[in-house]
Design a protein around this ligand. Structure first.
Ligand SMILES: NC(=O)CC[C@H](N)C(=O)O
Length: 308
C-alpha cells in the first residue's frame, strides 16, 4: 500500500507542471502550481496522506456539494428539485448559453454555477449572515474541523471580478428562475466558494458520503442516508463539469472538483478521497488530482462500475 501511495503522489507531481492555476479570480493566481497532495481515508477515519495534504485552499465548487446537502437536509428532495434539475449539461461550469437557447424553467443541475446559486438561495436562515453561518457550521460538522471560515481576500477578489456569475444571476432573475435578491445570493455564493479546507477536510466529507451519512471519526449520523445517495449520484453525472463522462469511465468515483485545485471523492462503502493540486486543465479540473484519482482507482479497484 505505501508504495502504491508513493507512486500515486509521484504521478501527480509529474503532470502538475502541465496545467495552469486559475487566473479569472485574480487571487487564485497566487496558487503554487507545484503543490500536490492527497488523503485517502477509510470509513473509521484512519487515513494515509502524501504531499501538501494539510495546506488550506479555497474549496470553490466543492462547496456545491456542501450546500446541496444542506438544502436537502433543510427542505427535502422534493422541494429542492422543484428549483433545479438533475441533468448533466456537457457545457462549462459557468456557461450562460443554454439559458437563452433552451429557456429552461430551472437550472440544469446543482453542480454548475447557475444551479449552485439557486441551491444556495434555498438554504434556511434570516439573511446573508445567518445563512453563511449555517453553511460554515454545516461544513464544520462534515469535516470535523472547528476552525472553518472563508478567505476574505479570495472572496473580495471574486466579488470584484465575478461578472460572469453576476450575468448568470441576473439572467435567471430576468426569466424568473431566480427568486430573491440576486446581489444577496451572489454575495453568499462568493463567500461559500471562498471557504477554506484541506485534503483531509474534503476526504472526511468524502468518507461521510461513502458511509451513507455516518461520520468517520465520531460514528454519528450527520446527514440522511438518501441525501448521501442523491449527492453521490449527482457528483457522478455532473461533478467534474464537462469532463464528468470521461472521468466516470477513467476513474468511476463520485467526485467534485473546484478551481482552487481540490477534488473530493467518495468511494461507496470504502473511502473518502481528497486531492489538491492548483494547476488545472482546460476544463478547470486539477490535473494532478485527476491523475492521482485515476491511479488510485485503477490500483485499488475503486470504480463503482466494476464491483465484484
Ligand atoms: N469551478 C469552480 O470551482 C467555480 C467556482 C468559482 N467561484 C466560480 O464561480 O466561478
Amino acid at each position: 500500500m505505501e508504495d502504491l501511495l508513493n507512486k500515486a503522489y509521484e504521478e501527480g507531481t509529474k503532470v502538475a507542471a502541465s496545467g495552469n492555476v486559475a487566473s479569472y479570480i485574480p487571487e487564485l493566481e497566487k496558487g503554487n502550481p507545484e503543490d500536490v497532495g492527497f488523503v485517502l481515508m477509510d470509513l473509521k477515519g484512519n487515513y494515509k496522506a502524501r504531499g501538501q495534504y494539510l495546506k488550506s485552499f479555497t474549496l470553490q465548487s466543492i462547496t456545491k456539494v456542501i450546500t446541496l446537502l444542506l438544502a436537502l437536509e433543510d427542505i427535502g428532495e422534493e422541494e429542492v428539485f422543484k428549483h433545479v434539475h438533475m441533468e448533466p449539461t456537457g457545457d462549462p461550469f459557468n456557461s450562460i448559453m443554454s439559458f437563452e437557447v433552451k429557456n429552461p424553467e430551472k437550472p440544469f443541475n446543482p453542480m454548475i454555477n447557475a444551479g449552485a446559486m439557486v441551491v444556495t438561495s434555498l438554504i434556511r436562515g434570516e439573511g446573508k449572515k445567518e445563512k453563511i453561518e449555517r453553511i460554515l457550521k454545516f461544513t464544520s460538522l462534515l469535516t470535523g474541523n472547528k476552525e472553518t471560515h472563508y478567505d476574505r481576500t479570495v472572496y473580495e477578489s471574486e466579488k470584484a471580478t465575478g461578472n460572469r456569475n453576476r450575468s448568470l444571476a441576473y439572467f435567471m432573475k430576468s426569466t424568473g428562475i431566480m427568486k430573491g435578491d440576486p446581489e444577496e445570493i451572489l454575495d453568499l455564493y462568493f463567500m461559500q466558494c471562498s471557504i477554506l479546507g484541506t485534503c483531509k477536510d474534503i476526504a472526511t466529507i468524502g468518507a461521510v458520503l461513502a458511509a451513507n451519512g455516518i461520520h468517520p471519526v465520531t460514528g454519528e449520523r450527520v446527514i440522511r442516508k438518501e441525501n448521501a445517495r442523491i449527492v453521490k449520484t449527482i457528483m457522478t453525472t455532473c461533478g467534474m463539469y464537462d469532463a464528468s463522462g470521461e472521468f466516470a469511465v477513467s476513474c468511476g468515483v463520485p467526485a467534485k472538483s473546484g478551481v482552487g485545485g481540490g477534488i473530493l471523492g467518495a468511494v461507496p462503502g470504502r473511502y473518502g478521497i481528497g486531492t489538491f493540486g492548483p494547476a488545472l486543465d482546460a476544463k478547470g479540473n486539477s490535473i494532478a488530482g485527476i491523475r492521482m484519482m485515476e491511479y488510485l482507482s485503477r490500483k485499488l479497484e475503486l470504480s463503482i462500475f466494476q464491483i465484484g
